[in-house]
Ligand binder design. Structure first.
Ligand SMILES: [Zn+2]
Length: 338
C-alpha cells in the first residue's frame, strides 16, 4: 500500500514546500500522513461538495491547489463552510493536502508552465525570478548540536550542513552549521534559535534561481492579431468572457502569464516587453496601469488555474499505480456568469 506521505513526497519533489510564499499555507492540512492511500481526488478548491465526491468515490486523500485553511482557524465552526469541510473530512477519514504557491513558483511542471503549454508558448522562462534565498551560518555549542539541528530541520530549510568542532570536544567547543533558506524563513529560523540563545548570520544569495519565481514569459510560434489572441484565450480556457484593456492595434507575440491573481506582476510584464499579460483577478484600478503599454487579459482566477488539476494528476499518475486517481467532476468556481 502507498502511504499519503509518499504521494506528498513525489509532489514536493517538483514543488518543495519551502518555495511557497510567506503568506501561504500549503501542505497536509487535515489527516494523517502515515495513512494508506485508498483513492485520490484532485481539485482546485476543497469545498463541501468535493468532500462529498471523495466519500462517494472512496477516496481518502484530496489534493487541492488552494489551501482550505489559509489565514488560520481558531475554531472549527459548522456554521462556516471551512469548519463543515474539516468536520466532514475528519469524520470520513479523509486527508486534505494543498499544493499552492510552491507549485506556482516552479518553472518545470508548475501552474504557469501548464498555462503556457495550452497557449503554445515557446522559449518559456520565469517572469520574475526569485531572489529570495538566504545563506545562514550558526556557531552552535557542541553540547546543543543535536537539539539545534532538530530545530533547524523543523523549519525545513532548503539545505543545511555542519562542520565538526575544530576546537576539541569539551563543553566550550563550537560547531558551525550553515545552509540555505527561503528569505521568508528568516524569522522562523531566528525564532527557533532564540530559545537556545543562538543568533544566525545571514547573507543574500544574489544569483536569482532561474527556475524559481513568479509568472512566466514566452513567445507564440507566430505573431497573431490581438482579437485572434483573445479568441484563443476564450477557446483554450473555456470561457465566454475575457476582461481586457483596450486593444493596441498591434500583434501579440511575447506573452506573460500568471495563474490566479497576477496584477502584482503587471509592471514586470511591461518591463519584460510582453505584448500581452494573461492572468485573473484584475481590479478596476489595476486595468489603468496597463497604460497602453500592454494588453491585459483577465480570463478569471479559476479559469486560469483549471489545468492545474491535470498537472497534479499527471505527476501522481506517472509515479503510482496502486490506487484510483480522480479528476473532480465538481465545478468549484465560486464565480458564476449570467
Ligand atoms: Zn489560485
Amino acid at each position: 500500500m502507498t502511504q499519503i506521505k509518499e504521494v506528498i513526497s513525489v509532489l514536493e519533489n517538483i514543488a518543495p514546500p519551502q518555495y511557497q510564499e510567506s503568506y501561504d499555507n500549503s501542505g497536509l492540512l487535515v489527516g494523517d500522513k502515515n495513512a494508506d492511500v485508498k483513492g485520490v481526488l484532485v481539485c482546485l478548491d476543497s469545498t463541501e461538495a468535493i468532500v462529498d465526491e471523495a466519500i462517494q468515490l472512496g477516496c481518502n486523500l484530496i489534493i487541492a491547489h488552494h489551501p482550505l485553511i489559509f489565514k488560520g482557524l481558531k475554531k472549527i465552526d459548522p456554521n462556516h463552510w471551512i469548519g463543515r469541510v474539516v468536520i466532514k473530512a475528519i469524520k470520513h477519514d479523509i486527508a486534505i493536502y494543498a499544493i499552492h504557491t510552491n507549485l506556482d513558483n516552479v518553472l518545470r511542471n508548475g501552474v504557469n508552465a501548464k498555462i503556457a503549454e495550452k497557449l503554445g508558448l515557446v522559449n518559456t522562462r520565469i517572469l520574475m525570478p526569485s531572489k529570495s534565498v538566504l545563506s545562514f551560518c550558526i556557531k552552535c555549542p557542541l553540547l546543543l548540536k543535536k537539539e539545534v539541528l532538530g530545530a533547524i530541520e523543523s523549519i525545513q530549510p532548503l539545505n543545511y550542513r555542519h562542520l565538526e568542532a575544530t576546537n576539541g570536544t569539551d563543553s566550550k567547543s563550537i560547531v558551525e552549521i550553515s545552509g540555505e533558506i527561503a528569505a521568508h524563513q528568516k524569522g522562523q529560523l531566528n525564532y527557533v534559535l532564540k530559545s537556545f540563545g543562538i543568533k544566525a548570520s545571514f547573507n543574500e544569495i544574489n544569483d536569482p534561481h532561474p527556475e524559481l519565481g513568479a509568472g512566466l514569459i514566452g513567445e507564440l510560434e507566430l505573431p497573431v492579431p490581438e482579437k485572434n489572441f483573445l479568441t484563443l484565450l476564450k477557446k483554450e480556457f473555456k470561457t465566454t468572457i475575457v476582461r481586457h484593456t483596450e486593444l493596441l492595434e498591434k500583434s501579440v507575440l511575447k506573452v506573460a502569464v500568471c495563474g490566479g491573481s497576477g496584477s502584482f506582476l503587471l509592471p514586470v510584464a511591461i518591463r519584460a516587453g510582453a505584448d500581452a499579460f494573461v492572468t485573473g483577478d484584475f481590479k478596476y484600478h489595476d486595468f489603468f496601469e496597463a497604460d497602453k503599454k500592454i494588453l491585459v487579459a483577465d480570463i478569471g482566477h479559476f479559469e486560469s488555474e483549471q489545468y492545474t488539476i491535470e498537472l497534479i494528476i499527471d505527476i501522481v499518475k506517472d509515479n503510482f499505480s496502486t490506487f484510483a486517481l480522480h479528476y473532480t467532476q465538481v465545478d468549484t468556481n465560486p464565480v458564476k456568469y449570467f
